[in-house]
Design a protein around this ligand. Structure first.
Ligand code: DNO
Length: 357
């Protein structure tokens, strides 16, 4: 596996490439053209400039998170082909720039959803948290303003004000879209993009829905083992793969994370590894990565990745805000660096244990 950190670009991120370069064992970053809107074609010169900046800092651009999918494609509206054509052009340009991993999601309207961006934990750190009760008490537009208010001036991925300004129209697009329709729209999209992925060897890695259930009555399908296996089989091409995000699938305690990983051998192209602490099945907070600070057994998760021969990029995921850092919620330097170091430690131990057995 290749240890990476997510980086939003020098215009948006509080963390620098130079800082990332000093985290032991981190050799690459996962990035994006953060200023682009879903549906836009990416310019080759922007892609190359991003790559060059990262390489000049002694790191590798290990993949893109995300090339976002326009809602017309997800909802299957009559103009979707235009946006798929644009997506294909972007993929072509990424392939020509020697980039072979693209993370994306197929969540209607909202990307990941949290109800608190700075819940205080007993040690004084602050973390992202979710309670179903809080979501049930809000209308979608109120959810957006509460996220915006707490984001401290940063723009959270998936919560861009331009899109959220149209929230009512976005909901209307999905009026007749249920899970089956969403699966069909995903299949249509994947079938159209697979030829370009084959040509340039681009691994598409779908990110799970977070939380892994329906919010505000919108359909959500990338939520459990049965559904991801259905999605990998419905377009049975190795380039149609997944991002395994432990913190997203883990929101549903019925998901057996190591078992899901093992079922995805050959199709797991990218891993986000983090821990959650549950206070009840519908109230969780993002703890430190260490197993004992949360609910998941991180050793078992890393062992499952090792067992399937995972060799793609991995990243620690959301970190707590600690040591007075001011950063984009979940994406500070310090706790993610601790996370990377811990995951690297687990991996080294697992590797040595196997090679010496
Ligand atoms: C949250 C992220 C997601 C993820 C997208 C992928 O922190 O994991 O925003 O990047 O869902 O498209």
């Amino acid at each position: 596996m290749q240890m990476t950190l997510r980086w939003y670009g020098s215009k948006y991120d509080t963390v620098t490439l130079q800082q990332i370069r000093q985290i032991p064992g981190v050799t690459g970053v996962i990035s994006t053209l953060y200023g682009t809107a879903p549906g836009e074609v990416w310019e080759t010169e922007d892609i190359l400039a991003l790559k060059k900046e990262i390489e000049n800092a002694g790191l590798i651009l290990a993949g893109i998170e995300s090339v976002n999918v326009h809602d017309a494609i997800k909802a299957g509206t009559p103009d979707r082909d235009k946006y798929i054509d644009n997506y294909i052009t972007t993929l072509e340009r990424l392939g020509q720039a020697d980039i072979h991993l693209v993370c994306y999601n197929f969540m209607p309207v909202f990307d990941w959803t949290r109800t608190e961006l700075a819940r205080v934990r007993p040690d004084g750190s602050t973390v992202l948290a979710y309670t179903q009760e809080a979501v049930d008490a809000l209308r979608p537009e109120e959810m957006f303003s509460s996220i915006e208010k707490d984001a401290g001036g940063t723009v959270l991925p998936g919560w861009e004000p331009e899109r959220m300004g149209h929230i009512k129209e976005l909901f209307a697009l999905y009026r007749d879209v249920d899970d089956e329709k969403l699966f069909a729209n995903l299949k249509y999209f994947l079938e159209r993009i697979m030829p370009v992925c084959d040509k340039y060897d681009i691994n598409m890695a779908i990110h799970p829905d977070d939380p892994a259930w329906s919010v505000f009555g919108l359909p959500r399908i990338i939520i459990n083992k049965a559904n991801i296996l259905r999605m990998t089989k419905m377009v049975d091409n190795p380039h149609n793969g997944v991002t395994f995000c432990s913190g997203s699938y883990g929101t549903n305690l019925e998901n057996d994370l190591p078992d899901m990983i093992r079922s995805l051998k050959g199709r797991l192209h990218f891993a986000h590894v983090r821990n959650l602490k549950f206070n009840s099945p519908t109230d969780f907070e993002e703890s430190a990565h260490l197993s004992s600070d949360g609910t998941f057994d991180m050793y078992d998760i890393m062992l499952a990745l090792y067992d399937i021969g995972f060799d793609g990029p991995i990243r620690p995921d959301h970190g707590r805000m600690i040591w007075g850092e001011q950063a984009m919620p979940g994406y500070g330097l310090y706790d993610r660096a601790l996370g990377a170091t811990y995951l690297n430690g687990l991996w080294e131990a697992i590797e040595k244990q196997h090679s010496r057995a």
